[in-house]
Design a protein. Structure first.
Length: 192
């Protein structure tokens, strides 16, 4: 039994995203980068999409993978690759939103454009109602909620967002309360 467990651990560790990233950082082998992209690319895009619009999400995702290539030497085996990847993406997104704010004066314009599109969709679709409710959350609450839905622990979310664990707990609590109220209100309206 211990040999089987050791072999399983060896095989799983050999193919984990962290191990693949470390091997990529050492060798620069494009096949390893492709494995990482295949394993995490969709999750990264979905995360950024929940915080922005499709065009910006695609742009940020591409910039994040470029950062992975440029900063591969900075990855340390001390954490999860996906958490490191999402941290890079978040930083890219925040920089982009700050730059957008400096040029247009209003970050919420981006979010309002997506809300308008979602409002035009059929109100009978619960998925679009949830998306609309999620978009109505303040950026920080939506970010924490989406990271939690991606499977990150409170401490991982705190590291990714550069906030304290208690702050993350508060953001999650308030975000979930707001989502519950919004969805309950939507259900009441649809039954009238």
């Amino acid at each position: 039994m211990s040999f089987a467990l050791t072999l399983k651990t060896f095989i799983a560790g050999r193919h984990s995203n962290e191990t693949v990233m470390l091997r990529y950082a050492e060798s620069g082998d494009k096949a390893l980068l492709t494995r990482l992209y295949t394993a995490c690319g969709d999750d990264l895009y979905h995360f950024v999409l929940t915080l922005s619009d499709p065009t910006l999400a695609q742009d940020i995702s591409q910039k994040t993978w470029l950062k992975v290539i440029e900063k591969k030497h900075l990855f340390r085996d001390s954490g999860k690759f996906k958490a490191w990847l999402f941290t890079l993406a978040r930083n890219q997104l925040v920089d982009e939103l700050r730059q957008h704010k400096n040029h247009s004066g209003d970050i919420d314009t981006l979010i309002d454009n997506k809300k308008t599109l979602d409002t035009c969709m059929s109100r009978a679709d619960i998925g679009s109602r949830f998306d609309q409710a999620l978009l109505s959350l303040p950026f920080e609450q939506r970010e924490a909620f989406c990271l939690q839905q991606e499977g990150f622990s409170l401490s991982d979310i705190a590291k990714i967002t550069h906030c304290g664990t208690e702050t993350i707990k508060s953001r999650l609590r308030y975000g979930k309360q707001t989502l519950s109220k919004q969805l309950a209100t939507d259900l009441e309206i649809s039954h009238d």
